[in-house]
Design a protein around this ligand. Structure first.
Ligand SMILES: [Zn+2]
Length: 358
């Protein structure tokens, strides 16, 4: 009875949902960096196990720092993730060292986030990411399109703008133009980044999608998140049953690249948003934990000056000391719940120790 109901096919004009597994693992928030290392291992090992039973399951890994932690602390698990990555089941997205704050870091820091992130992705997954992935950051500087493009990413995913208190952002799929005129293709999945592929979520995805008539696809990022977890058997069973069921958007399994390839075909129909993406929420994050913001800026200046010194030294002696290790520590603390001030006190104890070390 249920099977015949789920097999009633959809009409051709239904919205298509491009579903992909993920588990938003905040690099620190209501827990410390050390706990995140364990969260990565737990979330990705349970995802690995589910992949054996559910061939549709594919999974996005963002944040190069988390992959490095897995390699250092759980080398056998890391090797299993790499094996599945070769089959295309795990794939890297975002190209950044961590999913950083989108307003407070300097331009140089943004560049380093993507430079070190993309290098790591290239090494681990054999290819750099083409999609910049910051689902949970509290607003986006208009510098970012130019920096993204320079780092090889012309596509952008976030979900956060739907959290704005007063003005609803008018688009789900659009061109985002930066201060220098660079345009990147942007998509806001119309549902939360911790979707569970329920009928209600699928219907709300269609209802919240704001660019009907311009394109007929939307992303759905499924899997428990905001601290890891990832997909479950229940979610994957629903993904199967609802794939083509009358009255509900069609669901296909896809990578961000596949989603954006189809979106790009309708690129001429999409609207343009020029300048900053301002989030009307979390505004107190600009004044909270001021010490951390000050130390971030001091370290950014220190590292830049040190690089000048090292460049002169290189010119005179042929010797040079890279600041990469110190930069990666500063980049870590730029995570979107650390630098903005939204984490627990223990996180700031660790963060300040890191700044003192730098
Ligand atoms: Zn987050």
């Amino acid at each position: 009875m249920a099977t015949s109901f789920f097999n009633e096919k959809n009409g051709d004009s239904q919205l298509t949902i491009y579903a992909m597994g993920n588990c938003h693992i905040d690099t620190a928030w209501l827990w410390t960096y050390d706990e995140t290392k364990r969260k990565c291992a737990r979330s990705w090992s349970s995802t690995l196990r589910l992949m054996d039973s559910y061939p549709k399951l594919n999974f996005a890994i963002s944040q190069a720092q988390q992959i490095v932690w897995l390699r250092e602390n759980y080398p056998q698990l890391y090797e299993r993730v790499i094996e599945k990555a070769k089959e295309g089941r795990f794939f890297g997205v975002g190209g950044s060292w961590v999913e950083m704050d989108g307003n407070l870091p300097s331009g140089e820091s943004f560049v380093r986030q993507l430079l070190y992130g993309q290098r790591e992705f290239q090494q681990v997954f054999g290819r750099a990411s083409d999609t910049f992935w910051l689902p949970d950051t509290f607003g986006y500087s208009a510098q970012l399109p130019q920096i993204m493009e320079a780092a090889g990413m012309t596509r952008f995913v976030t979900q956060k703008m739907s959290w704005s208190l007063i003005n609803k952002f008018p688009h789900s799929s659009f061109w985002w133009e930066g201060i220098d005129g660079t345009k990147v293709l942007a998509h806001f999945p119309p549902h939360h980044y911790c979707a569970e592929v329920t009928v209600q979520e699928c219907l709300e995805t269609a209802e919240n999608f704001r660019d009907k008539g311009r394109n007929n696809g939307a992303m759905m990022l499924y899997g428990h998140g905001d601290g890891g977890g990832g997909p479950t058997a229940d979610i994957l069973e629903r993904l199967d049953r609802l794939a083509n069921c009358d009255g509900i958007p069609k669901i296909v399994t896809a990578t961000p690249t596949q989603f954006f390839d189809q979106l790009e075909k309708d690129g001429d129909s999409l609207c343009l948003w020029s300048g900053e993406l301002f989030l009307e929420l979390h505004n107190a994050t600009y004044t909270t934990q001021a010490d951390v913001k000050k130390m971030n800026r001091m370290c950014e200046f220190l590292l830049r000056e040190q690089e000048f010194v090292q460049a002169i030294r290189f010119a005179q002696t042929g010797e040079f000391r890279s600041m990469e290790a110190e930069w990666k520590l500063v980049l870590l603390n730029q995570f979107h719940d650390v630098l903005p001030g939204t984490s627990i006190a223990d996180v700031y104890f660790d963060a300040k120790n890191i700044y003192r070390r730098v």
